[in-house]
Design a binder for this molecule. Structure first.
Ligand code: CA
Length: 228
């Protein structure tokens, strides 16, 4: 069964173009023109990835991304944000709203497909199934669950992979580039500061159980998971 990609885009011509390219690449295309119809589509079938336009009528793409991230059923669906805005602040805001990647309009279909494949690849369960424990955290790839002090920690898919990598490679320092290669996979489009955004999100998720200190910044080098 090929991956189902939900396209949320209000401009008919762009929606058509996206849908055409998605199907050409062998995926199934589902379409929605606003947040409400997106939720209708999701109720029918949970997609494998969502292409989400930033500028939507009524509920914006950023707001919808946040809603998707706060709903248990949709939390793990990877999101690629489509934006006409190129500036850095907006990119970061897009990522912080819960998107896994973003692409600026106008985009080339080739670049878009490369990003879709990259995002799908890193959401495929390639990690071994055994539960990992470190620093008081317990991470189970099989159930996609992280617990600490009896509480479940809610993580997005990228943070989950990042934490899994850290927990299985504790006490060693990794540069942003190394983390991109290890956690995101070797793809050319993701910028190094994306790592910082996900580190921030991971720490925020660990804060309620006072475990954010496990993820340490090593000035000039990168990051380290350490229980010391
Ligand atoms: Ca739009």
């Amino acid at each position: 069964m090929s991956a189902k990609i939900l396209i949320v885009e209000d401009e008919p011509a762009i929606q058509e173009l996206l849908s055409f390219n998605v199907m050409q690449a062998g995926f199934q295309a589902l379409r929605a023109e606003d947040a409400e119809s997106a939720w209708q589509q999701i109720r029918d079938a949970v997609p494998d990835l969502i292409l989400l336009d930033w500028m939507l009528p009524e509920t914006s793409g950023v707001v919808l991304a946040r809603q998707l991230r706060s709903d248990a059923r949709t939390r793990d669906i990877p999101i690629i944000m489509l934006t006409a805005r190129g500036d850095e602040r907006d990119k970061i805001l897009g990522l912080e709203s819960g998107a896994d990647d973003y692409i600026t309009k106008p985009f080339s279909p080739r670049e878009l497909m490369a990003r879709i494949r990259a995002v799908l690849r890193r959401h495929m369960p390639v990690m071994p199934d055994e539960t990992v424990a470190a620093g008081g955290l317990e991470l189970s790839p099989a159930s996609h669950r992280v617990t600490a002090k009896g509480a479940t920690i809610e993580l997005g898919p990228t943070e989950f992979r990042l934490l899994h990598f850290f927990m299985t490679h504790a006490e060693r320092v990794y540069s942003r580039t190394q983390l991109l290669d290890q956690v995101w996979g070797t793809q050319v489009f993701v910028e190094e500061r994306t790592v910082d955004v996900h580190i921030r999100r991971l720490r925020a998720a660990l804060e309620p159980v006072e475990m954010d200190g496990l993820i340490q910044t090593v000035r000039g080098s990168g990051y380290r998971f350490s229980t010391h």
